[in-house]
Every structure is written in structure tokens, then in C-alpha cells.
Design a protein around this ligand. Structure first.
Ligand SMILES: [Zn+2]
Ligand SMILES: [Zn+2]
Length: 387
């Protein structure tokens, strides 16, 4: 593909954007390959559950994965959760430029869920400021904070928002323009963004907010949205993307139809080239647990389990009991989780010495591996839990 026609989709949803995005990760990567592109971003709504699957699939097919997120920005701070005010939220695209950015993205997504959740996982400017290192930000779709200010003709606010995002992300902040002629108001927003780009020296970037792969998928995606919002397809004022095409377009289609400065298309390639995240896979990141020198974590866990079982069941242990213990420990060994159970039993033991608390079922799973916790009240064989 000639360089002048290179284009990278930087605003893309997969089915990990629940009841909103259609593409399965493998299909997405395959389509990118078929269209002759060499990079693509994944920017699912609010969460990064698809990131590793996306990273692996892209690498396998020689496509550069750009890991991102379309996060929700709270209108005030993430602590504010007042009905009628804080349920409004704005979109913002974040892309990891390097491994620091990837870690920051994880921190942002995690804090958005744990601390900022109000209908959706939300961030605020302070959180973004704290973790902006290694991240590129795009002003997002019509639901972005700046486009919304333009749509409500609050230009003063739009301008001050551009300055505040620029302050946070410096030269890594871009004004996103999408070509969706079916959405009437988008033309007004885009023209204003082009004007602001010059005024504030913030580069433009083109994005298509991909929600499905092919044009024919539009109806299915619309049905998903209706399910998500609890609306009927025939309802007039429901949230829908049906006014325009949100499929994964080829670079040729994009270049042929994009009516705005071509620099916005070229900037997609510039951003893709700047992004380079390497994720180490296949290694266990769990902490180690000190066990006696003659033991491994697995043998030591087994020893504790057997001691627990002997207090809980009749000796000699029945075949049924030993088989279940062996089965569960074999799964723990295969997944490398022995140290995790040893660490947890250690602090549960410490805690139960001082208080009358017991490990919760959710942690122990009501099965034999809870035996080292001395959690004898459960009858694992009786309740027949899954692992
Ligand atoms: Zn959006
Ligand atoms: Zn989007």
C-alpha cells in the first residue's frame, strides 16, 4: 500500500464493549489483515478485558496492536455521584504509547471501576493527570467532552477544555474528527475542531468509531444497542448508531471520502508508529512464599491440606476424599497458584488467632483447598461444588 494511503483505525470497539461493539477479536484482526493494514487500536468502553486477547491475536498475524480504552470522564470529580448531575459522562480515547502508558492505562481503568464507578467506570482530570505518562489522548466521538460543549454552543467551555486536556497530555493530545455525514451535527463539530486545531496548535486525527466490521452488520449492532438500553427497535428517540456507517473501512474508502484536512489521516499513522507496547506473557507474576527448604510451594500446600483433612475427616481418609484433594491440588499446580493459597492461609491464620473471623466462602470456594485454613464447617463432598 503506498504510504500516502496508509491509515490506522485508532477508535475501535470489539464485543468487549458489551452490547455495543460487534467484532470478535480474531475477526477484527483478520479483517485488518485482509484490508492490507498493519496496525489497529482497540478502545473498548470502560474496560480492558479484551486487551490481552487482542494483543496475542494481533501479534500472531503480524499486526501491530495499539492498546487503548474509551473511558468515561465524570462531569465533576469521581467522588461526586449525585443523581441528575453526575450520571452525565463524556467519552475520551486513551492509547498506550509504551509500557509505562500501558501500566497507567490499567491503573486508570482500575481506579475508574473501584473509585469512580457511577453507572459506568469514570475518570476525572486529576486521575488522568496522575497517570498521563506514556498515554496519547483523542477527544473522542460526539459524546466527548469537547464535542458536547460545541454542540451546546458553549464555545468558551470547549476552548478551556482543550487547554486543560493539552495541559494534561501535552503534545500527545489530539482533536478527533470522524466523517459521519449521516449525523447532521457532526459537520458543525468537525468544522469547529478544525478551527480550534489551528487556534490552539492541537493536531487533528481521523477516527471512525468502529462498532462492527461490515456495513451489513449495522442492523445486528443496532439490535444489541436496543437490548443494552432496554428500548424497542421501533422507538423513535432511543440511543442508536443507525444514522450512519460505523463499519471498519478500508484505507482506500477512507481516503476517497474523507472531506477534512488529510493531515488528520496521516496522523493516524504517526500515532501508530509512536505506539509500541510489549507485554510479557506466559510468566507467573505471583509473589513467592517461603517454604521449608525440603518443600516446594505445591508439596507444602499439599501437606497443609492433608493435615487439615485429617482433622476434618476420619482417618484413614477415604478414597473419595483423597481423590478430590488430589484433583484440586493438581489444578492449583497446573495454574501455579500454590503460593497464592499459602499467602492467603497465612494471613487468615494470623487474623483468626486474634478474631473470630473465618475466611469467606467466596475466597475458599467451599472445597478442599480451604482445608489449610482450618475451615472445617463446610462439607465439600456433600455440596458437590465445581472447582
Ligand atoms: Zn464514544
Ligand atoms: Zn467509541
Amino acid at each position: 500500500m503506498p504510504d500516502k494511503q496508509k491509515f490506522v483505525h485508532l477508535h475501535v470497539h470489539s464485543h468487549f464493549s458489551l452490547l455495543d461493539g460487534m467484532p470478535k477479536i480474531n475477526d477484527l484482526i483478520q479483517k485488518v489483515k485482509d484490508l492490507g493494514m498493519d496496525s489497529i487500536a482497540l478502545t473498548d468502553h470502560g474496560y480492558m478485558y479484551g486487551a490481552i486477547e487482542f494483543y496475542k491475536a494481533a501479534k500472531k498475524h503480524g499486526i501491530k496492536p495499539i492498546i487503548g480504552l474509551e473511558t468515561y470522564v465524570a462531569p465533576r470529580t469521581i467522588k461526586d455521584k449525585e443523581s441528575g448531575i453526575d450520571d452525565k459522562k463524556f467519552h475520551l480515547i486513551l492509547l498506550a504509547k509504551n509500557n509505562t502508558g500501558y501500566k497507567n492505562l490499567i491503573k486508570i481503568a482500575t481506579k475508574a471501576s473501584l473509585e469512580g464507578f457511577y453507572y459506568k467506570p469514570r475518570v476525572d482530570k486529576d486521575l488522568l493527570k496522575e497517570h498521563s505518562d506514556g498515554l496519547i489522548a483523542l477527544s473522542a466521538c460526539m459524546s466527548g467532552e469537547i464535542p458536547r460543549a460545541i454542540l451546546t454552543r458553549n464555545f468558551e467551555r470547549a476552548e478551556s477544555l482543550i487547554q486543560s486536556y493539552k495541559e494534561i497530555f501535552k503534545d500527545d493530545f489530539y482533536l478527533e474528527i470522524g466523517h459521519h455525514p449521516g449525523i447532521k451535527v457532526s459537520e458543525t463539530v468537525n468544522q469547529k475542531l478544525i478551527e480550534y486545531s489551528e487556534k490552539f496548535n492541537v493536531p487533528l486525527v481521523a477516527a471512525y468509531d468502529v462498532h462492527y466490521l461490515n456495513e451489513d452488520d449495522a442492523k445486528a449492532q443496532d439490535t444489541l444497542m436496543a437490548v443494552q438500553t432496554g428500548a424497542k427497535l421501533g422507538e423513535g428517540d432511543r440511543i442508536t448508531l443507525a444514522q450512519d456507517d460505523f463499519s471498519l473501512k478500508s484505507p482506500e474508502e477512507v481516503y476517497d471520502s474523507f472531506p477534512y484536512p488529510k493531515e488528520a489521516l496521516k496522523n493516524t499513522v504517526k500515532i501508530a508508529e509512536e505506539c509500541d507496547v510489549e507485554i510479557e506473557l506466559g510468566t507467573n507474576k505471583l509473589p513467592t512464599y517461603d517454604v521449608p527448604s525440603e518443600e516446594t510451594a505445591d508439596t507444602f500446600l499439599k501437606k497443609l491440606c492433608m493435615q487439615g483433612a485429617e482433622k476434618r475427616y476420619e482417618i484413614p481418609l477415604s478414597q473419595e476424599v483423597t481423590e478430590r484433594i488430589d484433583y484440586e491440588l493438581s489444578v492449583i499446580e497446573k495454574t501455579g497458584f500454590a503460593a497464592y493459597f499459602l499467602i492467603v492461609q497465612d494471613f487468615v491464620k494470623g487474623k483468626t488467632k486474634r478474631h473470630s473471623c473465618r475466611p469467606r466462602q467466596r475466597l475458599c470456594g467451599r472445597i478442599y483447598r480451604c482445608l489449610p485454613f482450618k475451615y472445617y464447617e463446610h462439607r465439600p463432598l456433600k455440596v458437590r461444588p465445581s472447582f
